[in-house]
Design a binder for this molecule. Structure first.
Ligand code: ADP
Ligand code: ADP
Ligand code: MG
Length: 497
């Protein structure tokens, strides 16, 4: 049984995992780089180990340093969070070799999931539909050109090791493909140390719909509903919601059965996510499995009532799933906004630095997972995700309005944030109606609308400031007048004299 968990991560996700461990009475071990000396996860864990310099390679990606901290602290389990080492099968293997309980799938299963091509092949075998594309890796540009011409442009070049939107390029002609082949190879080597490319049909007007899956070590598997993550920029998610407006109960059950098959096909254990693209005609195509806890897991927690980190720990302990598919029911509607430190108008460039002041929103149906506190710093070395703002409502509209109000209440001083963009999206009629697609921002000219919203916001603030100044000066004048005027009592006193 797990007694002490080392969290090989930082930021909001480290805090999220610590919270559940505390609730279960488990000891926690934090690790931190030079940059994170003052971070909340260091303060909230039972103990903390310094693991190196700010650059991820020297700390959070440094397998030896982390293993060293595990051995020194006597932790018997490791939670990898997301990003960093979470999907590194060599690291999962290193933990297995050292008899440390890695909270996630086996190294072998992770290895299979981490290779988009091998994973697609496993799905085809299990009769889970995948996006049409090259039957195997393409060995060079010439072969990529052949495949592209066979399936027809537009196509995507994808690094099989890609993740977080990196290593993907859209191409519409032979000329573009030749250039992109080099870029994707370079990007993949820079981010993942290796490259292998597949060609896939580029699907238009699609939705990104993914399923939470859970499978225990005894082979019992369920899906915990879908999440729609179609609001994206640069193939990265910004806003997620569940249920998806495009999924009715019949579809949920039908695709859910595919998800269970997918988990079995790669002998998956613990929690994972099966990602699909939904074409405009309603067809679903499997794209990949994320072999870890997903950033957007809180929306599933809010509609399922489950603590997914607890479920991960239970499965890692070898316990059977405590429920069957028929026991799981969705309750209400949840939305998540990823509050990033970035400048929407500088093509989403990161915005970093000290945050002298913060106001975290709260209220009924509002949850905020964040590492922010007044006086903290947003580091240039790590991911731009500062907070996940999540709302729940009995209806979609209730959850949407709660989100808008919470976004209004969220104050982060010192860095640019994606909050203004989210307000514009949440107010858009197309969003309210559930007309979502992965090109939502472009399709509906959202950035132009944001510019308008900011202008009218500034105008309103100016008008309010002017009105406020007038009121203030009137108030002040009346004060001055009354203090100079003889008081009633004094007057009556004078009269008496
Ligand atoms: P999710 O599917 O959970 O939304 P994302 O694909 O957005 O996940 O990535 C989750 C987090 O992990 C993000 O912060 C992203 O920047 C980071 N990430 C994803 N893949 C990698 C990778 N291969 N290397 C480094 N960071 C990654
Ligand atoms: P990553 O590993 O970076 O998460 P994915 O394969 O999951 O890469 O794709 C990320 C996003 O890229 C999807 O959510 C979708 O918006 C877009 N995408 C991926 N494959 C396709 C495709 N075949 N056609 C159109 N868009 C795609
Ligand atoms: Mg993905």
């Amino acid at each position: 049984m797990i007694k002490k968990v080392l969290i090989a991560n930082r930021g909001e996700i480290a805090l999220r995992v610590i919270r559940t461990c505390k609730a279960l009475g488990l000891k926690t071990v934090a690790v931190y780089s030079d940059e994170d000396y003052n971070s909340l996860h260091v303060k909230q864990a039972t103990e903390a180990y310094h693991i190196g310099k700010a650059a991820p390679r020297e700390s959070y990606l440094n397998q030896e340093k982390i293993l060293d901290a595990i051995l020194k602290s006597g932790a018997d389990a490791i939670h990898p969070g997301y990003g960093f080492l979470s999907e590194n099968s060599d690291f999962a293997q290193l933990c297995e070799d050292n008899k440390i309980n890695f909270i996630g799938p086996s190294a072998a299963s992770m290895d299979l999931c981490g290779d988009k091509m091998r994973c697609k092949a496993a799905m085809l075998k299990a009769k889970v539909p995948t996006v049409p594309g090259s039957p195997d890796l393409v060995k060079d540009v010439e072969e990529a050109l052949d495949v592209a011409n066979e399936i027809g442009y537009p196509v995507l070049l994808k690094s099989v090791y890609g993740g977080g939107g990196r290593g993907i390029r859209l191409v519409t002609s032979d000329k573009e493909l030749r250039e992109a082949y080099e870029t994707v190879t370079g990007e993949s080597i820079a981010a993942f140390g290796k490259s292998a490319i597949l060609v896939e049909k580029f699907l238009e007007k699609i939705r990104h719909i993914e399923y939470q899956m859970a499978r225990d070590k005894h082979g019992n598997a369920v899906h915990i509903f879908e999440r729609e993550c179609s609001i994206q920029r640069r193939n990265q998610k910004l806003i997620e919601q569940t249920p998806s407006p495009a999924v009715d109960q019949k579809t949920r059950d039908r695709v859910g059965e595919l998800v269970v098959k997918a988990a079995e096909a790669v002998d998956y254990t613990n929690l994972g996510t099966a990602e699909f693209l939904r074409a405009d005609n309603g067809d679903f195509y499997f794209i990949e499995i994320n072999a870890r806890l997903q950033v957007e897991h809180p929306i599933t927690e809010l509609v399922s009532g489950l603590d997914l980190v607890k479920l991960q720990l239970d499965i890692a302990n070898g316990e059977p799933l405590p429920f069957k598919q028929k026991d799981l029911h969705m309750n209400g509607y949840a939305i998540e906004c990823r509050i990033n430190a970035e400048d929407t108008f500088l093509d989403f460039a990161p915005s970093t630095g000290p945050v002298p002041d913060v106001t975290i929103p709260s209220g009924p149906g509002v949850r905020c997972d964040t590492y922010l506190y007044p006086g903290c710093t947003v580091s240039p070395f790590y991911d731009s995700l500062m907070a996940k703002l999540v709302t729940w409502g009995q209806t979609f509209e209730e959850s949407r309005v709660r989100m808008l109000n919470a976004l209004n209440d969220f104050y982060i001083q010192g860095v640019e944030t994606s909050i203004p963009l989210y307000k514009t999206i949440l107010k858009a009629e197309e969003y309210k109606k559930g007309n979502l697609s992965t090109d939502f921002l472009k399709r509906y000219g959202i950035i132009d609308r944001l510019t308008e919203d900011i202008k009218s916001d500034q105008k309103q603030k100016q008008d309010a400031a002017i009105a406020g100044a007038i009121m203030h000066s009137e108030f002040f004048r009346s004060k001055v007048k009354s203090s100079h005027a003889p008081s009633h009592r004094w007057k009556s006193h004078m009269d008496r004299r």
